[in-house]
Design a protein around this ligand. Structure first.
Ligand code: ADP
Length: 686
């Protein structure tokens, strides 16, 4: 009979067991009888009654077969006294079919006299959820390990203070270091000496910041003996309270990429160097080409100067002789001679003009002019050539909306139309040449776009030849046996001049039927209030009326006797009194002679002893002479030459060779500019 005290103790034990929520078991090791409590059965999903009759077999039938061996060993150790307790973690089959993990712990409480275990008590604690967590953690670790294994990077781990903790086999295989070498400061040694301090400083900064950091680029010693470029990144690992417990980092070998980048940068800078060099070579070549171009322009200008001087004499004499009494044969020959001179003159002019256009030396003037008068005058002059070929040159009625006065370069406009009409006459054997001016289209309040068309019934041009027409030196018929003279420059000049005047030029043509050459240019309108220029009040200003220079005293200065002779004949015929000098010095001496006086000086620019520009500079500085008008005769005729002469003090210039009328007109105009009131009806009264 149990005492009251024993019963109380049993009850207390029962309370403790219930409170701990553990399953209990009692096992008679010798007989195999066993007993379990309700909780024991509940852990595996049963009511205790469902498991009856209870014996050790009850446990055996529910235990995982793989855990039995383990259990026997643990029992053996306990029975032999090796372990104070029997303890295993084992799986039990749940009623629903899954496995439940239990911590199975027990102790023998009575032994037989011969030392065999008799009675054993124990408990089952359900540890399934802890086991699940452990399992999940293990899985995650395995995944992490697998990840490290498959990456080519070196992964490392340090404690919270940044001291390396774990020796990574990938470090060993990359650097060739053993664990011992690694422990013995191997990490520092594996970093390139030049990168070491910098890398350590950045690593300590990262640890201080407590943030994920790119530590940057450094060289790491490779097992092959090579220093290889790596980059490193590190990130902190926190505990559940957010405290850093360790650092995980990675080295990635970027050697090839880095070398490639360096190579690329080198190539790029080499390329930049090369480009710089090439650019400076090109700039040098450009300057050389410009110099060569300038030298070429200068050469052509010089040659044309040399050609113009004798040509001036030739044309001058021809003109003079035309008024002499000659028999028919001599007159015919003279006409041919004059014609040949004119052709040569126009060829030289074309070459010179083109050279100036190419060298960008051609400046357009801004003069007010009467477009109708200019057109009528041109048509009347060119009509003579058309007549000679039996062609009709017709100017279509001009549009009424055409302004009376325009501002632009009438001389260059005349040159454009002269070229186009000249070509039309040249390449037309029968029929007509028609000039049409379209109604002007206003492009702003003070500008008109004007279109001129020259339409002929001539040989026309095949479509294949059209694209090259406006290029320099291009001719449809470039054979040696061609019928028409020409340089192939005329249309190139037309196109270039049209561009300079804000427009363009073009052609429509049908071979064997005829051509229409057109040109468009922009001209300024005169402000309403401005009066028309004096010269335009007389219509047909280009007509062949020779005005008189009766009694005008002119000092002509030129080193060419021929030119002086021609000038003398032309001006004397117009009534002037001419005295000639061969150079600037003699002219200056003559002018300073108190017994001599004159009204105008006509001088060449290029002369020996003293050139024209020096002479005019002396004249302008001399009180007694400074009022005298000076006209320069230029043969080179480049813009620079003219500008130099005007700057030196010249009033006007005329380009050699000149027409007699042109020379007389320019002298008259210059004198009139000096004494405006004396002009009247195209005659000078001085
Ligand atoms: P060129 O001094 O040879 O006349 P251009 O530049 O004025 O030089 O003309 C170039 C070429 O264009 C001429 O040689 C000729 O073949 C062709 N051409 C020009 N105008 C006409 C035209 N009205 N009819 C037919 N062909 C023409």
């Amino acid at each position: 009979m149990a005492s009251c005290e024993d019963q109380d103790q049993h009850k207390r034990n029962q309370f403790v067991v219930d409170a701990m929520h553990v399953g209990t078991w009692e096992w008679n090791v010798q007989t195999g009888e066993a007993d379990f409590n309700d909780r024991w059965a509940e852990i595996v999903g049963y009511k205790l009654d469902e498991l009856r009759p209870l014996s050790i077999t009850t446990w055996l039938s529910l235990a995982h077969p793989e855990d039995l061996e383990h259990s026997s060993q643990a029992l053996e150790r306990h029975f032999s006294g090796q372990d104070a307790f029997y303890e295993i973690e084992a799986r039990m089959k749940h009623k629903l079919g899954h496995w439940v993990w239990v911590l199975d712990r027990g102790k023998v409480i009575s032994w037989s006299d011969d030392g065999k275990p008799l009675l054993m008590y124990g408990a089952h604690l359900d540890i399934s959820s802890r086991k699940e967590r452990e399992f999940a953690l293990r899985q995650s670790e395995e995944r992490f390990r697998a990840l490290i294994d498959v990456t080519s990077q070196i992964v490392w781990c340090s404690d919270a203070q940044g001291e390396l903790e774990e020796f990574d086999p990938s470090w060993a295989s990359y650097t060739g270091q053993s664990r011992e070498e690694w422990l013995d400061g191997g990490f520092r040694n594996a970093i390139h000496p030049d990168d070491r301090d910098d890398l350590m400083a950045r690593w300590h900064q990262a640890v201080e910041s407590g943030l994920p950091t790119n530590i940057g680029l450094f060289r790491l010693h490779h097992v092959s003996g090579q220093w290889r470029w790596n980059i490193s990144r590190t990130t902190p690992v926190h505990d559940s309270e957010g405290k850093i417990i360790s650092w995980i980092g990675m080295y990635t070998d970027v050697h090839e990429q880095h070398e490639y980048k360096v190579q690329l940068e080198e190539n790029q800078s080499n390329l930049e160097e090369k480009i710089k060099l090439r650019t400076s070579e090109l700039a040098k070549a450009k300057i050389e080409a410009e110099n060569a171009n300038h030298a070429k322009s200068q050469f052509i200008s010089n040659i044309s100067h040399e050609l113009r001087t004798p040509l001036s004499a030739l044309i001058g004499y021809g003109r003079i002789l035309q008024s002499a009494r000659l028999d028919k044969t001599a007159r015919d020959q003279l006409i041919k001679l004059n014609k040949a001179g004119e052709i040569l003159f126009s060829l030289i002019n074309d070459v010179l003009d083109f050279t100036k256009l190419e060298a960008n030396e051609l400046q357009l003037s801004h003069e007010t002019f009467n477009l109708r008068h200019k057109l009528l005058s041109l048509i009347s002059i060119m009509g003579i050539s058309a007549d000679e070929k039996g062609l009709r040159l017709i100017l279509n009625p001009l549009p009424p909306t055409l302004a009376r006065y325009y501002v632009g370069d009438p001389m260059r406009l005349r040159q454009i139309l002269f070229n186009l009409i000249g070509n039309a006459i040249k390449f037309t054997e029968q029929g007509e040449v028609r000039v049409r001016v379209s109604p002007p289209s206003p492009i702003s309040s003070d500008k008109h776009r004007l279109r001129f068309e020259v339409i002929d019934t001539g040989i026309g041009i095949a479509p294949a030849d059209i694209p090259k027409l406006f290029s320099r030196f291009s001719q449809v018929d470039d054979s040696n046996t061609r019928q028409h003279y020409g340089t192939g420059l005329g249309l190139a000049i037309v196109k270039e001049l049209a561009h300079r005047m804000g427009g363009s030029a073009g052609i429509e043509s049908v071979a064997g039927v005829g051509s229409t050459f057109w040109v468009e240019i922009i001209l300024d309108l005169t402000p309403d209030a401005s009066p028309p220029p004096a010269v335009d009040q007389a219509p047909m200003a280009d007509s062949v009326v020779v005005p008189t220079l009766e009694g005008v005293r002119i000092l002509a200065v030129d080193d060419s006797e021929l030119i002086l002779d021609v000038i003398d004949v032309i001006l004397s015929a117009a009534g002037a009194i001419v005295e000639c000098c061969p150079d600037g010095q003699q002219a200056l001496d003559r002018l300073r002679d108190p017994s001599y006086s004159c009204d105008l000086i006509l001088m060449d620019i290029q002369m020996p002893v003293m050139d024209g520009n020096e002479l005019v500079a002396h004249i302008r500085r001399d009180q007694n002479l400074s009022h005298l008008p000076v006209i320069a005769m230029t043969a080179g005729a480049t813009q620079t030459e003219r500008e130099e002469s005007l700057a030196a003090g010249v009033d006007e210039y005329i380009t050699k060779p000149f027409e007699p009328d042109q020379l007389v007109n320019i002298i008259r105009q210059t004198l009139n500019n000096q004494n405006p009131p004396s002009i009247s009806n195209g005659k000078a009264e001085i």
